[in-house]
Write a protein that binds this ligand. Structure first.
Ligand SMILES: Cc1ncc(COP(=O)(O)O)c(C=O)c1O
Length: 390
């Protein structure tokens, strides 16, 4: 059967993830050292795993309330207040299947066919397909390394039209490691208010910050009811496989969005919810320990790239660096493909995160210092082999 005749045009217009395509190539080779994946390399802290085991042993294996266990939603609110000084109540929370579901249901709840959603790019790979599947049109807002990949008032204004529905932003950022501080956000507030733009703020790396305090547009009371926060346990708590995240926003909006979650998901897995309660109650030290380790790795890898004469700005958050490889004369794809075939090191071409990221590569430091140092020695050899002046 010719499935292109039966599949939806929206689906057919979506390309498979550039990250996946690259890892399929890497998987065909033996002895590859990867700095490619954005997944913490720590085991989920033991007390969190134990809470999930206990939930299974004690027969807590049922559905939960659609929005998630009340106890978990209370803990999410305490955590947001404790870590980020943001005040929410349990009715403002939906516990989702990862930040991924939170992104999807927020977009589907807001976007009508033809609505425009501004996406600062380079951006996390799931945003563009999410907007398209919701019937929206992506309006890319090109971020630049010169401006530390921040959104400015001018760049935002240039993207706004009478069809603008929302902006989907992510700081600390995947793939650049860029961060917006309170002052940076304050430049955007009046514009967002005046144009009635909804803000989907993906703050999943909010705990992995190496300078200053985490900022959010939700800190600005005048637009707080326009902001939906996406967060989750995958990154800060090293809980990727537990598939748990959440969406936070005004109660009236959350109640509407919950209809999608209710019919499509029903509820997030109960064992993961019990694990997350334990993490939020007693896991601050674990998160801090992992943050300090990423911080040390960040310092190591940024220095290693700069020592090789590859310009790399120092990211202030998340666990990625975004080296500028334009001086090598290679495109992002060629650099990554040649590095993989020559030295068996896997990084991701910047273009996997949007065309504006040509000339950059994404390097994850969610790997041990040992792995990073092996990869860096190989990258040095690669640069020598292509005649680069290291
Ligand atoms: C920016 C960003 N948002 C959301 C996600 C999805 O995370 P989750 O595992 O919570 O679905 C990721 C995962 O890489 C991410 O980098």
């Amino acid at each position: 059967m010719d499935y292109t005749k039966v599949l939806s045009t929206k689906l057919l217009s979506i390309k498979p993830s550039g990250i996946r395509r690259f890892f399929d190539l890497a998987n065909e080779l033996e002895g590859v050292v990867s700095l490619g994946v954005g997944e913490p390399d720590f085991d989920t802290p033991w007390h969190i795993r134990a809470a999930a085991i206990y939930s299974i042993e004690s027969g807590q294996t049922t559905y939960t309330e659609n929005q998630g266990l009340l106890e978990l939603r209370k803990e999410v609110c305490k955590y947001q207040a404790r870590h980020f000084k943001l005040n929410y109540s349990p009715k403002d929370v939906i516990i989702t299947v990862g930040g991924s579901e939170a992104i999807d249901i927020a977009l589907r709840a807001l976007v009508n066919d033809g609505d425009e959603v501004i996406i600062p790019t380079p951006s996390y790979v799931a945003y563009e397909p999410g907007v398209i599947l919701a019937g929206g049109v992506v309006v890319p807002l090109a971020l630049t390394s010169e401006n530390e990949f921040k959104i400015t008032a001018e760049s935002l204004l240039a993207c706004i039209s009478d069809k603008t529905k929302a902006i989907l932003l992510n700081y600390p950022n995947n793939p650049t490691g860029g961060v917006m501080n309170h002052e940076d956000y304050s430049q955007l507030v009046d514009i967002i208010k005046e144009h009635n733009i909804m803000v989907l703020s993906d703050e999943i790396y909010g705990d992995l910050l190496y300078e200053g305090t985490h900022a959010s547009l939700a800190h600005f009371e005048e637009i707080k009811d326009q902001v939906l926060i996406i967060n989750g346990f995958s990154k800060g708590y090293s809980m990727t496989g537990w598939r748990l995240g959440y969406l936070l926003g005004n109660e009236a909006l959350i109640e509407e969005i919950n209809k999608i979650h209710q019919y499509v998901i029903m509820c997030a897995p109960i064992m993961s919810q019990y694990a997350a309660i334990e993490g939020l109650k007693h896991g601050d030290q674990n998160v801090e320990m992992m943050r300090l380790e990423y911080f040390a790795r960040r310092n190591y890898i940024v220095k290693a790239f700069n020592d090789l004469n590859i310009k790399t700005h120092t990211p202030k958050g998340a666990f990625y660096i975004f080296p500028d490889i334009r001086s090598t004369g290679l495109s992002s794809e060629d650099f990554c493909e040649q590095l993989l075939s020559d030295q068996k090191v896997a990084c991701v071409p910047g273009t996997a995160f949007g065309e504006t990221a040509e000339g950059f590569i994404r390097v994850s430091y969610a790997y041990s210092i040992d792995e990073i140092s092996i990869a860096m020695a190989r990258i040095k050899q690669f640069l020598i082999n292509i005649g680069y002046n290291t």
